[in-house]
Design a binder for this molecule. Sequence first.
Ligand SMILES: [Fe+2]
Length: 319
Amino acid sequence: MNWFPIELDSLKYFNHSPVCIYLELKENNKYIKLLKRNSPISSAFLHKYRTKNIEQVFIEASDKGHYQKMMESVLMKFFDKRQKKSYSSFQSYEDVHKKTHTHLASIGFSEASTNLAMASIADLKKTISDDNNLRELFVHFKNTEGTFNYRLSYMTSVVAHILVRQFSWCTPEISKSILYAAIFADMGLSDDLVLIRTESDFSSTVLSKEDKEKVYYHAQDNAKKLIDKKGIPSGAAKLINEHHGQKTGVGFTKFIANGVSNISICLLLSQEFSFYILNHEEKDVKYEDFVEHATKNYTSPRVKSILLELGKCLVNKLA
Ligand SMILES: [Fe+2]
């Protein structure tokens, strides 16, 4: 039989198991059934395996499609319910965003999951317009549990969305495109691979052939997945393709090509800023220090002018 791994934690969204759930016995490479299809899932059951440090359980590979549909439907219900409630804070609802991000990353981006992605992004957009305390939100992204990819993607989308609004060329379509692009730019990369951001990171990190190709082509690959997807703003794919400064969507560069759009540079610098904050040990980060770091990594004159705008809007929002 073929198996598909799922996070034990994702079962907490179900009252009843949508498929049979198995545990892998590492000592003899066998699988034992933990739950039959439609069995109730209790908090005691989840607690029992969490305390044994079990993070991953398995389903039969043939059940994968059904499980994914059920997962999407259960997460969508949370977003639907949420829209009817008055908005309190992003933090209280973050777990559903995390789960959505993990779910989309594990299944790859498909048309079936577009509604879920749109619901998560609509909810995030509401946070950005409602939340006046940006500093608190940034500290939260820094400290919250969840993959680095999740924290970087969501923080980047907040920063990028605020940044593009400063420019006279910004339209609602651009603002929407950059939100999607920020969320999906690094989709499918493990946290180790997300840390690779420059040519020098790439050449100095020991990687398998498969991981090398994955990280080198991720911008182009993720852009292709979004092209012509119903419901996804048409500009998002181009932004993803260019989010490491290359027009081709391949590799990394410090010399941003002339053909790369200013909107793509906004995405690149928003991700660079978020990356800098998330990796910085000190509590308070000086914006000037970030500018020095960013101008070393990227040499285009357009980078300097966009950094200036980013500084202005963050100073206003962080005050
Ligand atoms: Fe990337």
